[in-house]
Write a protein that binds this ligand. Sequence first.
Ligand code: NOJ
Ligand code: CA
Length: 556
Amino acid sequence: MRPTYTSDLWWKNAVIYCLDVETFKDGNGDGIGDFRGLTQEIDYLAGLGVTCLWLMPFYPTPGKDDGYDVTDFYSVDPRLGTLGDFVEFMRTAHDRGLRVIADLVVNHTSDQHPWFLEARSRRESPLRDWYVWSDVPEPDDKSQIVFPDKEDSVWEFDEKTGQYYLHSFYRHQPDLNVANPAVRDEITRVLGFWMELGLSGFRVDAVPFLIENVDPELADPHDFLADLRAFMTRRKGDSVLLGEVNVPYEDLVTYFGDGLGDQVTMCFDFIGMQRAWLSLARGDAGPLASALRERPKPPKDCQWATFLRNHDELTLDKLTEEERQEVFRAFGPEKSMQVFGRGLRRRLPPMLGGDLRWIKMAYSLLFSLPGTPVLFYGEEIGLGENLEAEGRMAVRVPMQWAPEGGFGRGEPERTMPDGAFGPERVNVADQKRDPGSLLRWIQLLIERYRECPELAWGSCTVLDADHPAVLAHRCDADGATVVILHNLSDTAREVGLTLDGLDGCLLTDLLEDGTTRVPDGGRVSLHLGPHGCRWLRASAPDVPPEDASAKSEHSR
Ligand code: NOJ
Ligand code: CA
């Protein structure tokens, strides 16, 4: 494909970097990260090679769900700065070629939001119908309770007005009634506001919950998503919605707008992520390979967002009980590491025992899977966790910039990991100077990922490798091919593969030096070290490898 396509449809091979302003960098010495601190580090992010920042909620909040409980959708949490600081940050990000998206948390508000305070003040309140009320606590499906450690119902009684309100999450997060046209209008205005300030789109929180309470008798709940997307496209043609949609693949396609692709532009691949962890636990490529084979092709111009970890628990809710226990045993055997009976409150490097070779292979996998990779801040340096922190806060630790912490002039409000993952061992400054560091590896993966648009744009085929521990796949686009191999086990292997149509081609290693000629018949034997990985570009004998990419005119 032409480079112009990859800039018009920028999200299809973006590298998204999720960060919380509060934990990234403190610019004024009060121990809390802020927009001024983040702005100081824009060059670091641009240098890393990421192309789009995803800001976790930065709106005013009582902070009972780390900002996912908003009291004003049109403003900045004063602890993080002012709207002025936000605009300066946006300008600097754009200057360095970075796009920015932000969390859109409109399934619910905080119970301290002025809308809810008004709505609950009396039944006749003009805002009463902005939330979802019931005379009786409707029967709960206990399996639908998202935070079973704190809640046993999704209905909460409101003493003053004698009705129950719906809260899909915590009781302090009443659900908005998006069936109400006035609520839809207001949400649309929120999108318009931030887009006017330069955002390229939104990560939409809890999408299935957002539309679930819309009565299908009255309207197709999916219309709301299509309306939002149409609104955004009218205002800014290349803006995107990145949906948090953790549902089985067969139900998920409707969120892309079935075949139309007119709703959520990108969906996180929760199923692929969970199967990847099962594969890592077993040292067997099978579960991940099956997810890749089952995963529906997104509609034209839509994309999967791939990830290994995020700011929440590593949810394993779509595995069977037995599989979940296998992953628990491998990566979080202690009860204190588990949460909600379904997930692990851990970051990747400690789960992989700090084994750099294994960690590097895991990220190579992430960047080579078809889709748009999403990193959670600190993954690039192997940031650890703090299990002393409550629940999911364990993974939301301050970024470690230097051996002494480097978060800012003051003591960070949140505690950094210690021991093998403390700042003296894991930090940006040291890794910048170390060519063998994880930071340099991630930078290389990003560079190669961007140079190989076939990974994100092409058609992906899982190949039959002759060992169960090895995942082999190829991505083809516009006559160009990349072949990728990962050894999920810690034993070196020779892997036999048949590469149809590549007879006589040269395979050039993209992550290290090396070339292999594909013999007639297309059968190759390739070496993989323990937890080894290889990215191989195929080129015809008369084409230099660097000209054989789908981004080059030669490939067609
Ligand atoms: C999903 C977010 O990722 C999570 O952190 C939050 O608690 C819930 N939605 C509720 O907003
Ligand atoms: Ca601060």
